[in-house]
Design a protein around this ligand. Structure first.
Ligand SMILES: [Zn+2]
Length: 541
C-alpha cells in the first residue's frame, strides 16, 4: 500500500464517521479514501509519486453538500451585472450606464440584477424606462429586482419585446403604466420571465459554459455537491434536453468540478409520464452527474401570500395562498413517479400545502407499498407537531434551508400567528424524531454559503439581531451532519459519500478555522481553503 495518489496530513480532521471521529491524516487513491489515522500511520503509506498535502493544522471535514438549490439560476445571476451593491439610485444608474457602454454596438443587452430600492438613500421608487433610457440610451437594458418578481426595461428593450403599445386594463402582460397610459417599463410577476424567453435557448456549448460558471462559484463556497433544480424553470420545456446534454457531456469528460444530483422539475402529468419513460431513476453520467428525484411545486411563498395555509393569513384574512395543483392532479403525478421508482420532492411552504402533499404521498404509498422510497418535502416551513409526526410514519425526508430564518423570522409570526410559528421551521424536533433532515440554500434565493447556513441552523439568528425560537435550533455536530451525511442520504449515496470513511469518495472541505471548536459566530469569518472532489482539488483559496 505504498502507492497512494495523495496524502492529506497535519490536519484537524472531523470525519462524521463514529468509528474514527477525529484524525489528522487521510490517504487517497483513485478518488477513494484508502486510510485514515494519525500522521505517522498514514504517511507510512506514501510512495515516491504520492502528492503530500500539508494541511498546516487546518480543519477538514467531509465535503459539504447543499440539498436544494438552482445551479443554472445562479449562473444566470453571475453572468449579469450586480446592481445589488448600489447604495443609491444614482449609483445603480451609473452601474447600468457602464454595462450599456460595454454592450454598445453589439446588439447585446445590458442586464442588471439584484436592485432593491428599499436599500437606497436617495430614492425609494422602482426606476422606470425613462430612468434607464437616461443611463443606457438605446442599448436595450433590463434590470431585475432582488426578489425576481419585478424588473424594469428601457424603452428600446420594451420595443424589442413588443410591449410599448400595451394598454392598461387590456394587456395580458403584468405591466405598470405612466399617467399618460403608456407602459412605464416595469414588468411584474410572470411577465418578468418573458424576457428570458425572448432570447434564443443557449446551445449545448453555451450551456456547458453556464453550468461551469455556477459550478466553480459553488466549489469556491466549499461545496462538493449540490442537489440542483434546473429543468423547466427558465424557459419551460424547450431547454430541458439542452441542459441534460450539457451536464452529460461535462460529467462524462470529467469536467464537472462538483457533484450534481438533479432534482428534475416537472410541471404536469404528461411531462412526468414522458420523463419517467425516457430516464431511469438514479442514472449516472460520468462520475459527477445523477438524475435524482422528480421535483414538483406545491405552493408559493409566504412573502407573496401564495404559500397555502390551513387557515388564513393573520395579516391578510382574505388570503389563504394558491395551491399549484389540485389533489387529484397531484396524486396522479405522484403515482406515476412513485410507480417508476422515483423519489419525489415537493416545494412546500404552508401547512395547508403540507397536508395536501403528505396525503398524496400516503395514498400512493398505501396503494403500492415500497420500502425506502425517500420521498421528501423541500422547505418544511409552516407546520405543527402532528404534521411532523407524519414524516416518521411515512418515512419522509425533510429538506431545510436554515439560512431562511434570517429574513423569515421577521414575517412568520405576523403571517401565521405565534402559536404556529413556534412549531414551524422546527428542525430540532425533526432530528429528535429521527427524521432524515438535510440542509440547503435555495440559491440564488440565498447565497450558497454552507457556513452561513450552518450558523443559522445553530443560532436561529434573525436579521434584527435576535434569535428566533432558538430552542428549535440544532447543535454544531447535527448541523454538520445535515450538510454532509444527510445530504448524501437524500441522494441515496450515504454508502459512497457524506463522511470521511475508508472506501468512500474522497470529497473534502478544508477551512481555515476549526468550526467545531469555535463559537458559531466565527462561522461567518471562516474561509474555505480547499474543496476536494474525488480526491482532486477543485478549488483552492
Ligand atoms: Zn428552490
Amino acid at each position: 500500500m505504498d502507492n497512494m495518489d495523495r496524502i492529506f496530513f497535519n490536519g484537524q480532521i472531523v470525519t462524521v464517521d463514529p468509528q474514527y471521529p477525529e484524525v489528522s491524516a487521510v490517504a487517497v487513491k483513485n478518488g477513494i479514501v484508502m486510510a485514515v489515522g494519525s500522521d505517522e500511520e498514514v504517511k507510512a503509506l506514501a510512495g515516491p509519486a504520492t502528492d503530500m498535502v500539508d494541511l498546516k493544522g487546518a480543519f477538514m471535514c467531509p465535503g459539504l453538500i447543499d440539498s436544494h438549490m438552482h445551479l443554472l439560476l445562479l449562473s444566470n445571476k453571475l453572468r449579469r451585472t450586480d446592481v445589488g451593491v448600489a447604495k443609491t439610485f444614482a449609483e445603480c444608474m451609473d452601474i447600468m450606464a457602464k454595462a450599456a457602454e460595454e454592450k454598445k454596438g453589439t446588439g447585446a443587452w445590458a442586464m442588471g440584477i439584484g436592485f432593491n430600492q428599499d436599500d437606497w438613500s436617495d430614492c425609494k421608487e422602482v426606476p422606470t424606462r425613462l430612468d434607464l433610457d437616461k443611463a443606457c440610451g438605446d442599448v436595450p437594458a433590463y434590470m431585475e429586482r432582488a426578489c425576481g418578481h419585478i424588473a424594469t426595461l428601457n424603452t428600446k428593450a420594451m420595443e424589442l419585446m413588443g410591449m410599448m403599445n400595451e394598454k392598461e386594463g387590456e394587456s395580458s402582460y403584468k405591466l405598470r403604466y405612466f399617467e399618460d397610459g403608456t407602459p412605464n417599463g416595469v414588468l411584474c410577476e410572470d411577465t418578468v420571465r418573458l424576457v428570458e424567453e425572448y432570447f434564443p435557448i443557449p446551445t449545448v456549448p453555451e450551456m456547458k459554459e453556464l453550468i461551469l460558471m455556477g459550478a466553480r462559484y459553488i466549489a469556491a463556497k466549499g461545496l462538493v455537491g449540490v442537489h440542483s433544480d434546473d429543468l423547466n424553470l427558465v424557459v419551460p420545456v424547450k431547454d430541458m434536453p439542452v441542459i441534460l446534454q450539457a451536464y452529460k457531456e461535462l460529467s462524462e469528460a470529467d469536467e464537472l468540478p462538483i457533484r450534481v444530483h438533479q432534482q428534475c422539475r416537472m410541471l404536469n402529468l404528461p411531462m412526468i409520464e414522458k420523463f419517467c419513460s425516457e430516464y431511469k431513476v438514479r442514472t449516472k453520467w460520468g462520475k459527477n452527474f445523477t438524475i435524482g428525484d422528480i421535483k414538483i411545486m406545491g405552493d408559493g411563498s409566504l412573502g407573496a401570500h401564495t404559500a397555502v395555509l390551513r387557515g388564513e393569513y393573520k395579516n391578510a384574512p382574505e388570503d389563504h395562498g394558491i395551491p399549484l395543483h389540485d389533489d387529484e392532479e397531484l396524486y396522479a403525478m405522484f403515482r406515476v413517479a412513485h410507480n417508476a421508482g422515483y423519489p419525489i420532492v415537493v416545494h412546500v411552504i404552508g401547512d395547508g400545502a403540507m397536508d395536501q402533499v403528505v396525503n398524496g404521498y400516503e395514498l400512493v404509498m398505501n396503494e403500492n407499498p415500497k420500502a425506502n422510497m425517500r420521498h421528501g418535502i423541500i422547505h418544511v416551513q409552516i407546520m405543527d407537531e402532528a404534521q411532523q409526526d407524519r414524516f416518521v410514519k411515512l418515512n419522509l425526508l425533510a429538506y431545510a434551508q436554515p439560512v431562511f430564518v434570517r429574513y423569515d423570522s421577521q414575517i412568520v409570526d405576523d403571517c401565521v400567528g405565534s402559536e404556529l410559528a413556534k412549531t414551524s421551521y422546527n428542525w430540532r424536533r425533526f432530528l429528535d424524531l429521527g427524521v432524515h433532515t438535510s440542509g440547503g440554500s435555495d440559491c440564488p434565493v440565498e447565497d450558497c454559503d454552507p457556513l452561513a447556513n450552518i450558523y443559522y441552523a445553530v443560532t436561529r439568528m434573525g436579521m434584527d439581531g435576535k434569535p428566533w425560537y432558538p430552542e428549535n435550533g440544532v447543535t454544531m455536530e447535527e448541523a454538520l451532519r445535515m450538510f454532509t451525511i444527510e445530504g448524501a442520504y437524500s441522494a441515496f449515496e450515504e454508502a459512497e459519500r457524506g463522511s470521511i470513511t475508508i472506501g468512500k469518495y474522497a470529497d473534502f472541505t478544508v477551512l481555515d478555522k476549526n468550526i467545531m471548536k469555535n463559537p458559531p459566530e466565527e462561522l461567518l469569518n471562516t474561509k474555505v481553503l480547499m474543496t476536494v472532489v474525488n480526491g482532486r482539488t477543485v478549488y483552492e483559496g
